[in-house]
Design a protein. Structure first.
Length: 269
């Protein structure tokens, strides 16, 4: 599981990212219990810290193994850090950046020191008590009789996975339709499908798709933003976005969604 986390499509260049049990289970094709056990074991060994309330993961020595090559990468790392919302784990990440980060600018280093100082010697937090299953009846459940149950009446309750699989081929069709001036994708290989699936899940987590058609329309609107953008479409300068540029990076994708490359926003710069 450690190798999966280091190479996960959900990971980023600072080794701190949000990953739910369900996403990891789907990627690894593992049972959710096995995923939860893997997280617990890696945390016990000090490989990672996981904030279960928000599902954010911090790989403690990720930056030791994947340090910043130059100032540009360090600047991108700072932007990734700034995009993480205010969670307790962010202060710990600040300490990791101070310990292993290179090429960081002095103002950012000072900011990190301010964040990390209260957590220089943190006391261990008690493990949260499991929450009561108040919502078990809000959706249909599947009752599975455990093969190792001590009695025939013992059951394991599994909630159905509400997530809708990523219709990668149809999303690619939408990209070609809405961005006709950008280079066409000749082959939707496994790597591209993996990145596209990661972006699909990110949007689904916020939008809660009711169906595949619902999600496709959301992505169509995102690709329309790309097609209307003079900057991304290459009408403003001798550069244009590509399908990989849009989908590989969670940061690039988020900026497109937020309108950073819309024509009116670019005109203000």
């Amino acid at each position: 599981m450690a190798l999966y986390l280091l190479t996960s499509p959900h990971a980023n260049l600072i080794g701190c990212f949000r990953l739910t049990d369900a996403y990891a289970a789907d990627d690894l094709q593992w049972a959710s219990e096995r995923v939860a056990k893997g997280f617990h074991e890696l945390q016990a060994k000090g490989f990672l810290v996981r904030e279960e309330s928000s599902n954010w993961v911090l790989i403690r020595k990720y930056l030791l193994w994947n340090n910043f090559e130059n100032g540009n990468v360090a600047t991108a790392a700072q932007k990734a850090f700034d995009q993480i919302r205010s969670i307790p784990l962010k202060a710990l990440l600040a300490g990791v950046l101070l310990e292993f980060g290179t090429h960081l600018k002095e103002p950012f280093v000072n900011h990190l020191r301010t964040l990390a100082k209260p957590f220089a010697n943190p006391e261990p937090e008690p493990e949260p008590e499991p929450e009561p299953n108040r919502n078990l009846n809000t959706e249909p459940t599947v009752l599975v009789v455990s093969a190792q149950a001590e009695s025939p009446d013992a059951t394991v309750i599994r909630l159905p996975d509400r997530r809708i699989p990523c219709p990668a081929d149809r999303l690619l069709e939408a990209f070609h339709t809405e961005c006709p001036t950008l280079p066409r994708v000749m082959k939707l290989n496994d790597k591209r499908r993996q990145h596209l699936t990661a972006r699909w899940r990110e949007v689904d987590a916020d939008s809660k798709f009711e169906s595949a058609e619902d999600g496709i329309e959301v992505f169509r609107s995102i690709f329309q933003k790309v097609g209307r953008s003079d900057f991304l479409s290459g009408r403003a300068k001798d550069w244009h976005a590509t399908f990989d540029w849009i989908t590989e990076s969670s940061t690039n994708f988020l900026k497109v969604c937020e309108g950073h490359y819309d024509n009116d926003q670019r005109a203000k710069k």
